[in-house]
Structure formats: C-alpha cells, structure tokens
Design a protein around this ligand. Structure first.
Ligand SMILES: [Zn+2]
Length: 115
C-alpha cells in the first residue's frame, strides 16, 4: 500500500478526529483503509470514503482476530475487499453510535440527518 498523500491524511484527521476506534492520542493515529486492495483494486485505495482515522493498535486487531474483523465490518470500519459495495456506499458508525456517510470531497454527513 503506497502512502496516503499528506494533504489527504490531514483532511481525514480534521474530519474524523478520534471518532472511531478509541481515544488514542494523535501521535498513534494511522490511516485505516476500509477496503483493502484486491486484485488490481488499487484505484480505490486512496479516496476519502476509504480512509478513516484509527490508532495503530486497533488497526492491527482486525488483521489478527476474526471476531474483531466481524465487529469492524458491522461498524463499517472494514469493507470486504471482494464486496460489490464500495466504501462510499456503506456508512461508518462512530463510538457514539452515530452513523456517517463519508463523501468523496473529504466531508461527512450524518445518516440520520440530525446535526
Ligand atoms: Zn484505537
């Protein structure tokens, strides 16, 4: 996985903060790709809907543990790489149980429409 462009990562951090995995401090934040690259799928890797703020610890959990991986899918934090759905089609749930659409311009909107 090539690195997320710095300007994009900055914007993702402004959008998400520590919204998803836990309240780890910023120096532990890493870009989490919701949908990993499948065969030839690199085109979708660096898009705003595909990248969320995670900490390096939580980022590794889903890789090693099937129960965590299932939870991450339930939360929209992981999108199966062989899915027909792309990350912009699946909302993410934050730690306050609010659900968000991540938009391709780097902003997000609440699924339920409330402010
Ligand atoms: Zn975390």
């Amino acid at each position: 996985m090539s690195r997320v462009p710095a300007a994009m990562w900055k914007r993702v951090k402004e959008r998400d903060g520590a919204a998803y995995c836990c309240d780890a401090s910023e120096e532990l934040w890493v870009p989490q790709h919701r949908q990993g690259r499948g065969m030839g799928g690199c085109k979708t890797a660096h898009t705003y809907p595909n990248i969320i703020v995670f900490c390096s610890f939580c980022n590794g959990l889903a890789e090693s543990n099937p129960a965590w991986a299932a939870h991450y899918r339930d939360m929209g934090w992981k999108v199966p790489r062989n899915s027909m759905d792309t990350p912009d089609m699946i909302p993410v749930t934050d730690r306050d149980r609010r659900r968000w659409w991540l938009l391709s311009d780097g902003t997000r909107v609440a699924v339920d429409g409330a402010a």
